[in-house]
Design a protein around this ligand. Structure first.
Ligand code: ADP
Length: 200
């Protein structure tokens, strides 16, 4: 699982981890954006919510993950990016994984100061033109993050899970080196011998 506020570089690091660990990158944001672009019923339902910077309803996103996770986990496993984003989603994930006899191997949390997050998102707006990368919508996404998403880390801490905090400032290469080091230190050697940690 890769965790962090909007603009922290989750997607960028997840893509690299996918290449390196051969785990399937499952990004709920990417999935939803594709649904919006294709104009599917789901896309029509969530398009406006996403453009406003709000979270889509838990039951809806949990269904999306429930249908895709088993396929994504085949092989070396799945890397969740953008999910879970509320405690209710984390609980739903706990029960999905329990049913399958699977678990969360690691949680990486990217730490980036808020001022830098906003600068990065505004810069991305110039390059990619994502509808939710305007100053106003970014502010709403940050509010949602503090109000609902931060508590997800507490949920896992309460379960006694170790969160691998990584400094997310600097270039993607620098951050990736730190992610790599954190995995090496934070994931037990026994787990790292499994195929999914080939290369770490
Ligand atoms: P970012 O982390 O930069 O905000 P994402 O691509 O992860 O970008 O998510 C974009 C938007 O998609 C969110 O603002 C939200 O509207 C919606 N979304 C993605 N994942 C979830 C989720 N797990 N729960 C609710 N909404 C989500």
């Amino acid at each position: 699982m890769i965790f962090g506020p909007p603009g922290s570089g989750k997607g960028t690091q997840a893509a690299r981890l996918e290449d390196e660990l051969h785990i399937h990158h499952l990004s709920t944001g990417d999935i939803l954006r594709k649904e919006v672009a294709r104009g599917t019923p789901l896309g029509q339902e969530v398009g406006r919510i996403m453009s406003a910077g709000d979270l889509v309803p838990d039951d809806l996103i949990v269904d999306v993950v429930r249908t895709r996770l088993p396929e994504a986990e085949k092989g070396a496993g799945a890397l969740l990016d953008g999910f879970p984003r509320t405690v209710a989603q984390a609980r739903a994930l706990d029960s999905m994984l329990r049913d399958e006899g699977h678990n969360v191997d690691f949680i990486i949390a990217l730490d980036v100061p808020e001022k830098l997050l906003v600068d990065r998102l505004l810069h991305r707006a110039e390059l990619e033109g994502r509808t939710d990368d305007t100053r106003e919508v970014i502010a709403e996404r940050m509010r949602e993050y503090h109000k609902l998403t931060e508590a997800v880390l507490d949920h896992y801490r309460q379960q006694g899970r170790r969160i691998l905090h990584v400094d997310g400032t600097g270039s993607p290469d620098e951050v990736f080196d730190r992610v790599h080091a954190a995995l090496k230190k934070g994931v037990p050697a026994k787990s790292r011998r499994s195929p999914r940690f080939r290369g770490v």
